[in-house]
Design a protein around this ligand. Structure first.
Ligand SMILES: NC(=O)c1ccc[n+]([C@@H]2O[C@H](COP(=O)([O-])OP(=O)(O)OC[C@H]3O[C@@H](n4cnc5c(N)ncnc54)[C@H](O)[C@@H]3O)[C@@H](O)[C@H]2O)c1
Length: 352
């Protein structure tokens, strides 16, 4: 980046690293210069899509020592987000981390502490929050279109959707809530204006994963895989915020219900649903419903994330979706899972 050139970025993890990498590489001020994965074939395959001669690393520590890398995108399984991002920060690289921030609250706190102490730009890659539909709802919320937003419901439901192509998904630190619920939780929290969470009550469990059924792509998996299931395949609960707002949250990797990805907003002047994106108001006693034609995610989300990250790095400004946001979302998730485990409401301790 010296001399006002492009931000030189390394991509770690060739799954979600691909859409992030394409957008970062396609940005006029971004350049993907290195790929890192344990699987060399996945790197070679992805490199064909990107311009220039790329470096390949199978060891993220060696990659982080490369002085020709300014920033690192972390897209490994959850359990590796913190080790990889910590190493990058130690070497003064800016970091962009996929959701969830970590596999536990403790690891998330450690990473945020290091990121904030170092002064590097640190950002979460959040495809739902940065999508056109949620960005639009957030803008309306900031403009007080809804009046006072006092309640929301957010849910992400699959019928047969347990991922297991990497076992990180189903091991400790994985699970439906950290994988999927995190999207609607983060996006709803952002639209509500980032209120401070106070208490959380949850239920959670695994009703399909350990039985080896309702898996994504494959339908069922062998007993040798199902036996390793150590996470939640559903979680639901209620979060109460300091300012009195309530948020009902649900996440199911598998269920006997139709698939759904939804946020519903309740405001004093207007309400909204994310899917389909609709605004609800009234003219006196007459209900008015407005359809808004914007996609929920897709390429526009990745481009918005890439643009915000690269601009923040070049301008030396902190991002609007810092890792601290990832930490607070993680605290809500881990609190809900702990509440489910303990069978009682939990009071959260959120650092300012
Ligand atoms: N919309 C989104 O933002 C979104 C969507 C899907 C997945 N994700 C997140 O991306 C992460 C990965 O999920 P995925 O679906 O891409 O999985 P994946 O299995 O397709 O890809 C993960 C890659 O990371 C590599 N890897 C594992 N450990 C590594 C290490 N120590 N060093 C280098 N490479 C390593 C694996 O070889 C694999 O190629 C998860 O945390 C998931 O939550 C985000």
């Amino acid at each position: 980046m010296p001399g006002g050139k492009k931000v030189r970025i390394a991509i770690v993890g060739m799954g979600i690293g691909k859409p992030n990498g394409r957008a970062l590489s396609g940005h006029s001020k971004g350049e993907v210069v290195a790929l890192c994965d344990l699987d060399s074939d996945r790197m070679t395959e992805f490199a064909k899509e990107l311009p220039g001669d790329l470096k390949f690393y199978t060891d993220y520590k060696a990659m982080c020592r490369d002085p020709e890398i300014d920033a690192v995108f972390v897209g490994t399984p959850n359990q590796w987000h913190v080790p990889v991002a910590l190493e990058a920060i130690k070497r003064d690289k800016h970091v962009l981390v996929t959701k969830p921030l970590a596999d536990s609250e403790r690891a998330a706190k450690r990473l945020v502490k290091a990121a904030e102490a170092s002064g590097v730009v640190n950002m979460m890659s959040l495809s739902t929050r940065f999508g056109p539909a949620c960005s639009y709802l957030s803008k309306l919320s900031r403009e007080e279109y809804f009046g006072e937003l006092y309640y929301a419901r957010a849910r992400s439901v699959r019928r047969s959707g347990i991922p297991a192509w990497n076992l990180g998904f189903i091991r400790e630190g994985g699970g439906a809530f950290r994988d999927m619920g995190v999207h609607v939780l983060d996006a709803a929290w952002a639209i509500l204006g980032f209120p401070t969470p106070e208490t959380v009550t949850g239920v959670a469990g695994a009703k399909f994963g350990p039985r080896g059924i309702h898996y994504l792509r494959t339908g069922s998996v062998p007993r040798s895989v199902a036996r390793q299931f150590k996470a939640d395949d559903y979680a639901g609960g209620f979060i109460r915020f300091e300012n009195g707002i309530g948020l009902q949250i649900e996440s199911f990797w598998a269920s006997h219900q139709p698939g759904e990805f939804q946020i519903e907003l309740f405001g004093t002047d207007a309400g909204a649903t994310l899917s389909p994106l609709t605004l609800f108001r009234s003219d006196g006693q007459t209900p008015l419903n407005t359809s808004v034609d914007l996609p929920r995610g897709g390429e526009a989300s990745w481009n918005a994330i890439a643009d915000h990250f690269i601009t923040s790095v070049l301008e030396g400004k902190q991002a609007s979706a810092p890792l601290r946001h990832g930490l607070i979302v993680q605290q809500m998730m881990e609190g809900l899972l702990k509440s489910a485990n303990d069978g009682k409401e939990l009071r959260l301790k959120i650092d300012p």
